[in-house]
Ligand binder design. Structure first.
Ligand SMILES: *[C@@H]1O[C@H](CO)[C@@H](O)[C@H](O)[C@H]1NC(C)=O
Ligand SMILES: *[C@@H]1O[C@H](CO)[C@@H](O)[C@H](O)[C@H]1NC(C)=O
Ligand SMILES: *[C@@H]1O[C@H](CO)[C@@H](O)[C@H](O)[C@H]1NC(C)=O
Ligand SMILES: *[C@@H]1O[C@H](CO)[C@@H](O)[C@H](O)[C@H]1NC(C)=O
Ligand SMILES: *[C@@H]1O[C@H](CO)[C@@H](O)[C@H](O)[C@H]1NC(C)=O
Ligand SMILES: *[C@@H]1O[C@H](CO)[C@@H](O)[C@H](O)[C@H]1NC(C)=O
Length: 600
């Protein structure tokens, strides 16, 4: 059960039941005038040649970053590029006596959540360690720096002392009941923390990974020999600050007095982004810190957690909750890139783990399978947001491909990744490129409270009839397993936007800018192509309960309720079993003394 079910459905189903100066100065000078997305029509212009950088891929990269501007909280400052966004919730943190203003809204609503944010930042920095050259060629370095600092500077505020980390601002249930613009958001916002006595191992480790991976980027350290870091972003002072936070947080994760536990248990938090476990987060953080600190001890720590968590049998679908699949890929990159560390771990072991998972991905005969239209689909993980696990798998395939043990494997990995990217960018039965504003066929109704312009949660689709603002560059949840996509605002599973949805596409776009001169798939789509490929009906049918259709189901259980139901049913089962055994035993015991006359 993933977060957004309980988080956003609460909002939906409750209906049925009831000019400043920036406080954060980016180091890299932002261009004047600012780069802003062109209109969607420009996504049909074929490039004149196959030279790199390709202008369409460069624009896509810029738009994917621009989405993060649209998600900003707090005082936006003069650098704000999104004309329809305003300063908001500048008093965040007051309830805890801390300043937690700024940072990012996590999705289509207004909570701020550290766990998925830290994964998003990790993913972006990790990607820039390989394809920083893509950002540079697309003239997006300043916006990369600005997007990262907006998140990292907030994480620094959220980590005011070594063993304290704020993990959420805002109450998921109440905030999700608010559907409206950024000027009237309820300001009574609770803050949730983890600390030495109430730790949250996964959130602390995941935030350590974000600080550590970004510290490498600001330190001009690359993960692959051929990579270059955009020179303007390099800043040793900032890198050292990030590294200090990373070390403290891994220490906190490992050594807290309260032991190890999931952060939602430590923070006594609702069910916004519940984590399944912490070994994956620990292993990923220890690997990044192994590289940051050139520390064989940390790499060995990663191996210890890999073994303790039984991660060889872990989930091969990658997302904000499950990072198992990222560990052997990153470890293989670290060992290959560092002479000093190369012999401190069994590199063939890690490569065999990486290839075992990636081979399963490209074979696509379980747990991930291809939809009829060609999207990699993991039953379970993909039901709540189909594009994200597919794009994350594509990202891992591209990262690992140069290290593959054979050329044919390398080619298979890259070819499979390209198919997924093409699918997401329009080579699908709907003929929809699933990035808002990039092409006339893009989604028109993303589930985003600020972009929608609506305030009537009971009539979320029709009020207003047309989405008020285009939230350029947002990757949406995606189609269902039949490749159908209805583009309804109400249907948060399909149309919601989120920080973590954009991250793998950003990596893949930077890769394309750096390596491919040909246009992205959507450029060839005719205007109006989506209109002739719409699924039947006006909204998504809810035939499959696993699809969490928000349109027809009157109510879904929250996670707590599901647990309660499971416990009650489990207890019921035990009682039935005990009674049955007792009955069988009694029958056996009385088998010779059973009354021969039937009762009347
Ligand atoms: C490096 O980053 C620090 C911390 O954000 C900032 O104060 C400083 O101005 C930056 N240095 C340069 C050369 O931009
Ligand atoms: C980047 O900026 C340079 C200099 O202004 C310009 O010549 C080039 O076309 C730009 N590239 C892209 C992809 O926008
Ligand atoms: C920002 O403020 C303007 C002016 O009050 C308003 O029209 C607009 O809807 C606001 N934006 C959002 C996202 O609420
Ligand atoms: C980053 O490292 C590369 C390779 O060592 C070097 O050529 C480059 O000058 C460095 N950049 C900065 C800004 O220090
Ligand atoms: C945990 O504490 C021990 C003992 O102080 C220390 O040696 C170790 O480095 C700490 N672990 C981490 C990951 O910081
Ligand atoms: C530690 O965290 C718990 C859970 O968030 C909280 O109840 C407690 O007040 C915190 N302790 C301190 C000293 O702030």
């Amino acid at each position: 059960m993933k977060a957004r079910v309980s988080r956003i459905q609460t909002a939906i189903y409750t209906v049925f039941i009831s000019f400043h100066f920036s406080s954060v100065l980016a180091q890299v000078q932002l261009p004047t005038p600012a780069w802003v997305p062109p209109t969607a029509d420009s996504g049909t212009l074929e490039s004149p040649n196959a030279d790199r950088p390709n202008p369409q891929w460069s624009t896509l990269l810029g738009e994917l970053l621009y989405f993060y501007d649209a998600q900003r909280s707090g005082k936006l400052g003069a650098a704000n590029r999104v004309p329809w966004r305003n300063d908001s919730l500048t008093g965040d943190g007051q309830q805890g006596g801390v300043d937690l203003s700024g940072g990012y809204y996590d999705a289509g609503d207004y909570i701020k959540a550290t766990f998925p944010l830290s994964w998003t930042l990790t993913s972006i920095c990790w990607g820039a360690l390989e394809y920083g050259a893509g950002y540079q060629a697309a003239n997006q370095t300043a916006y990369l720096d600005s997007a990262l600092r907006w998140g990292l500077d907030w994480l620094i505020k959220a980590h005011p002392s070594p063993n304290t980390l704020y993990v959420q601002v805002g109450d998921d249930h109440r905030d999700n009941n608010y559907w409206g613009g950024d000027q009237n958001i309820p300001t009574q916002r609770p803050v949730y923390q983890i600390n030495d006595t109430n730790p949250g191992t996964d959130a602390a480790a995941s935030t350590a990974a974000a600080f550590s991976s970004c510290s490498l980027l600001y330190a001009n350290r690359t993960l692959v020999a051929t990579a270059t870091i955009p020179p303007a972003i390099v800043n040793t002072t900032y890198s050292n600050t990030l590294l200090t936070h990373a070390r403290q947080l891994l220490n906190f994760a490992v050594n807290a007095t309260g032991g190890m536990q999931r952060y939602q248990d430590g923070a006594q938090l609702g069910d916004a982004y519940p984590s399944t476990g912490y070994y994956d987060d620990l292993a990923l953080a220890a690997t990044f810190l192994g590289m940051s600190d050139s520390s064989a001890t940390n790499l060995q720590l990663a191996k210890t957690y890999w073994d303790q968590g039984g991660l060889s049998q872990g989930d091969i679908a990658l997302d904000w909750d499950s990072k198992v699949a990222a560990v052997p890929v990153l470890m293989s990159q670290v060992l290959a890139s560092s002479q000093a560390l190369s012999s401190t771990q069994d590199a063939p072991f890690w490569k065999s783990k990486a290839e075992a998972m990636l081979d399963q991905v490209v074979a696509a005969n379980g747990p991930g399978v291809l939809t009829a239209g060609g999207l990699l689909y993991f039953e379970g993980t993909s039901n709540l947001a189909s594009l994200n696990p597919a794009l994350n798998s594509a990202m891992l395939l591209v990262k690992y491909a140069p290290l593959a043990t054979s050329t044919s494997k390398m080619n298979d990995y890259l070819a499979f990744a390209k198919l997924q990217v093409d699918y997401v960018l329009g080579n699908n039965p709907m003929q929809v490129p699933y990035v808002v504003g990039i092409n006339p066929n893009s989604p028109q109704n993303p589930h985003s409270a600020p972009a929608s312009g609506g305030t009537d949660i009971a009539n979320i689709n029709s009020s207003p009839p047309t989405e008020a603002h285009v939230i350029y560059g947002a990757v949406v949840g995606g189609p269902d397993k039949n490749d159908d996509f209805w583009d309804e605002r109400k249907d948060w599973v399909q149309t919601e936007v989120a920080l973590d949805y954009n991250a793998p596409m950003l990596y893949l776009a930077a890769w394309k800018v750096a390596t491919d001169g040909n246009d992205p798939y959507y450029v060839r789509l005719l205007s109006g192509a989506r209109d002739s490929h719409r699924p039947p009906g006006s909204s998504r049918p809810c035939s499959d309960p696993n699809d969490f259709c928000s349109t027809n189901n009157p109510y879904e259980f929250t996670q707590a309720e599901q647990i309660a139901v499971a416990v009650v049913m489990g207890l019921g089962g035990v009682i039935v079993l005990v009674l049955a055994m007792w009955y069988a035993f009694e029958c056996w015991r009385h088998k010779d003394t059973k009354p021969v006359t039937k009762p009347v």
